[in-house]
Design a protein around this ligand. Sequence first.
Ligand SMILES: C[S@@+](CC[C@H](N)C(=O)[O-])C[C@H]1O[C@@H](n2cnc3c(N)ncnc32)[C@H](O)[C@@H]1O
Length: 232
Amino acid sequence: MLIKFLSSCSFCRQFSTSSSSNKVKNSEEWHKRHIKDRFVQQSRAENYRARSAFKLLEIQDRFQLIREGNYVVECGGAPGAWTQVLTNIIGGKGRIVSCDLLLIEPIPGAITLSKTDFTHPDSQAAILKHLGGRKIDVVLSDMAPNLSGTKELDQMMTTNLVYSVITFSLMNTTAGGAFLTKTFFGEQTKRIVDDLLKFYRSVEYIKPESSRKESSELYLLARDFKGIKKRK
Ligand SMILES: C[S@@+](CC[C@H](N)C(=O)[O-])C[C@H]1O[C@@H](n2cnc3c(N)ncnc32)[C@H](O)[C@@H]1O
């Protein structure tokens, strides 16, 4: 599956052949590219708080991941573009609990927990309290650590974040539920997928069109949670 993804994905081909493009970090150039970017323009036109909305919209379009009435937990929700997408899909019957280390300006129809470190047990307890004892249908994580610039350290921090959401999901998702996480392609990617496959019936690698080609960012979508049996 990984090999299929690597050979089919233009991002992976770039990732393996072009390290210089990854080094284009000049902020002026970044700013120029940003304002020309079609997803930035589209997000402004459609009143989304960030271009990242289009990543979730594409995934939703392809996989119908979220349904009206779902209970959804979102990790790393600031500034709130994914939360906006979620409120449009879920409507009044479900529940959306979104958290971030940063401020998330309120979004009608969602519970937003700002200044909240998802990895802290108290934060996870607060999220669960807002769900009122109901299991989660979909857990989403778009969390990204503050990158240090050291590849190995960045991969380690990203992997730690991913596993903290996986653990939370396994404990709190309803059977048949789903899990979507951002990660950055690296040595740990296959291990994460192998671990997810122990608990979910399928895992997809996704590089949305709006995810910048020069970034090693990708999303893993795990579907049809098998449930976990507690030992007696
Ligand atoms: C790419 S942004 C999310 C964008 C968001 N999906 C949207 O559409 O508006 C990644 C976010 O992850 C958050 N983050 C990183 N580590 C976190 C943690 N331990 N707990 C909560 N949020 C975290 C960052 O503060 C940042 O706002």
